[in-house]
Ligand binder design. Structure first.
Ligand code: UDP
Length: 234
C-alpha cells in the first residue's frame, strides 16, 4: 500500500446520489463498502464531509440570512452528514469517532489533535464534522488543515469527475485529464482544484492532493494501492 494514513474528502453533494436534496442511502452504502475495503488493508482513515446537499453559507445571503449565521448553518449540515456516515460505517462493523469543530457534547467529541491521532492509531475511522468551526471557510479547507494536523500522507478529494482536466470534460470533448501536476502548474493554469485557502495550505505544507471519481467502485482502493487513478497534485 502506498499510503498509511489518508484523509478522504467527500462533498455533501456526492451523498445526494440521484436525489435533489439530502442523503441517498444506497450511495452512502456504496461509499461505506469502498471505505471498508481500504480499512481492511490497515490504512488509517480520516474523513471530512461537506454539507452542500443540505445547506451552504453563500446560499443564506440570497435568502436574507446573515452570512455568518448561514455559515454556522452550513457547519451544522456537515454534522448531519457526518452522523449519517458514522451510522452507516458502524452498521458495517467499523469503529468510528466523530470529532466536531463546534462543541456538540451530546453528539460527538470536540476536535483535539492528539485524540484524533490516537483514534487513528487504534484503527478507528475518524470523521471531522462542523468544518474548522469558523465561518468563511469551506470543508475543503477543513480537509487540508485536519490532514496537516493529523499528519496524513495525502488528501484524497472524491468528486464526480475522474481527475483534473485541461477544460471542462462535460462541455469540451477534447479535454484531457492530467495524471500529475505540480502545485505551481495548477496555480498558473488557474485549475479549480480546491479553494485557494485549501490549496495554499496543501502547497505550503507539501501535502499532496489526489482528485478522483469516488463514484467509480474500487477507485478509492486503487489509489491507496498506488495505482494511477485521478490527478495527483504535489
Ligand atoms: N462552513 C464554514 N466553515 C467551515 C466549513 C464549512 O463556514 O470550516 C460552512 C460554509 O457555509 C459551507 C458549508 O459549511 O458552505 C458547507 O460546506 P461546503 O460548502 O464546503 O460543503 P461541500 O461543498 O463540500 O458539500
Amino acid at each position: 500500500m502506498k499510503y498509511k494514513r489518508i484523509l478522504l474528502k467527500l462533498s455533501g453533494e456526492a451523498l445526494m446520489g440521484d436525489k435533489q436534496y439530502g442523503i441517498d442511502a444506497s450511495r452512502l452504502d456504496k461509499y461505506v463498502q469502498d471505505i471498508k475495503k481500504v480499512h481492511e488493508q490497515n490504512i488509517e482513515i480520516a474523513i471530512v464531509i461537506g454539507g452542500g446537499n443540505i445547506f451552504r453559507g453563500v446560499q443564506a445571503e440570497s435568502s436574507g440570512i446573515d452570512r455568518v449565521q448561514g455559515d454556522y448553518m452550513g457547519m451544522l449540515a456537515t454534522v448531519i452528514n457526518a452522523m449519517a456516515l458514522q451510522s452507516a460505517l458502524e452498521k458495517a462493523g467499523l469503529f468510528t469517532r466523530l470529532m466536531s469543530g463546534i462543541k456538540i457534547e451530546e453528539v460527538c467529541e470536540p476536535f483535539i489533535k492528539r485524540r484524533a491521532v490516537r483514534h487513528l492509531e487504534k484503527g478507528r475511522i475518524v470523521i471531522f464534522g462542523a468544518g474548522i468551526g469558523n465561518p468563511y471557510f469551506t470543508t475543503d479547507s477543513t480537509a487540508s488543515l485536519r490532514a496537516i494536523e493529523v499528519e496524513a500522507d495525502v488528501v484524497l478529494k472524491g468528486t464526480r469527475v475522474d481527475g483534473v482536466y485541461t477544460a471542462d470534460p462535460e462541455k469540451n470533448p477534447d479535454a484531457v485529464r492530467y495524471t500529475n501536476l505540480s502545485f505551481q502548474e495548477a496555480y498558473e493554469k488557474g485549475l479549480n482544484i480546491m479553494d485557494m485557502t485549501a490549496f495554499t495550505l496543501c502547497q505550503e505544507n507539501n501535502l499532496p492532493i489526489i482528485v478522483f471519481d469516488m463514484n467509480k467502485e474500487g477507485n478509492f482502493y486503487r489509489i491507496v494501492k498506488g495505482e494511477d487513478v485521478g490527478t495527483l497534485i504535489s
